[in-house]
Design a protein around this ligand. Sequence first.
Ligand SMILES: NC(=O)c1ccc[n+]([C@@H]2O[C@H](COP(=O)([O-])OP(=O)(O)OC[C@H]3O[C@@H](n4cnc5c(N)ncnc54)[C@H](OP(=O)(O)O)[C@@H]3O)[C@@H](O)[C@H]2O)c1
Length: 325
Amino acid sequence: MDRKTIGTPGLEISSLGLGCWGFSDAYGKAERAESIAVIHEALNAGINFFDTADVYGAGGNEVLLGEALKGRRQHAIIATKFGFRGNEHGELEVCGRPNYVKQACDASLRRLRVEHIDLYFQHRVDKDVPIEDTAGAMAELVQAGKVRHIGLSEASAETIARAHAVHPMTAVQSEYSLVTRGIEESVLPTCRRLGIGLVAFSPLGRGLLGSQVRRKDDLAPDDYRKNLPRFDEQNLARNLALLEPLENIARTHDATPAQIALAWVLQQGGDIVPIAGTRTRKHLRENLAATKIVLTPEELAVAGQLAGQVQGERHNDRNLRFLDS
Ligand SMILES: NC(=O)c1ccc[n+]([C@@H]2O[C@H](COP(=O)([O-])OP(=O)(O)OC[C@H]3O[C@@H](n4cnc5c(N)ncnc54)[C@H](OP(=O)(O)O)[C@@H]3O)[C@@H](O)[C@H]2O)c1
């Protein structure tokens, strides 16, 4: 597995990372033993970059990752995130207050059972707290040795630049795939100008590009995508019909559409690391094989036209309000 160095000072990580959210509560039921087997096989194949968050599985995702990495900690780069927490009404809210940042970090260290976090992200920007205050608290965690690198997730270009002025941001984590290319407008150029890496989340469009979900009814009742506009019955049918050019490219490479989608992200630059999420070793192997696919400029251009045609917002109304724009 190739490595990429992101940010300044650099953090060296595998060119493909493993997103761990699906092991908890994202896209249907996950088997614990298989989840751990996926993490072990990823490590054996040279993936060293694992992405989790304190909110995934209400902390359970960090516990699972910590358990899977027991005895192999030195081979892993752990990214986790803080920022979402439950309020007194049982709803999620965003908190970026300095004291909370420090408490959240200690709690993540305990759950992961590690001495330090390699890359600590603010999951969403708290619009009520100046980013300088939150970034300042994150920088203190670096000085205290609890965290090695810091970054922001789903932040605007302006917020990224302000945070970077407080302490170097090693990476920004944003959604980036064939169906979600909004960051190309200002977030990605800002990251490139400032020497910040991009961790591309949901590189398979939350499974849309894997074509496994054919109807909304295929989704389990607790599947997160039940509430996503792109998976509404009508939008889903239209979006699946858009995948034909991708399927044609896939046939030429004796590959699957998901592999082509991942290859496309991998070819967008040496500063971009996709974190594909999967609960199975079968899909992990396919995603690993995608790192070897080289798309021609024509194929990149044809596949790249998908984003402009996809139907439905990438977030539902509730989660759109958490965005920093
Ligand atoms: N910062 C943020 O706000 C944020 C938001 C969302 C996600 N993330 C991070 O990004 C990671 C990845 O994103 P994601 O999981 O949302 O979406 P994703 O990686 O785009 O897609 C995951 C979906 O694709 C399916 N899949 C995986 N490999 C496949 C293959 N080879 N062929 C067909 N289908 C395949 C998975 O099903 P199976 O499980 O059955 O393989 C799952 O349903 C997450 O795990 C999380 O760590 C961060």
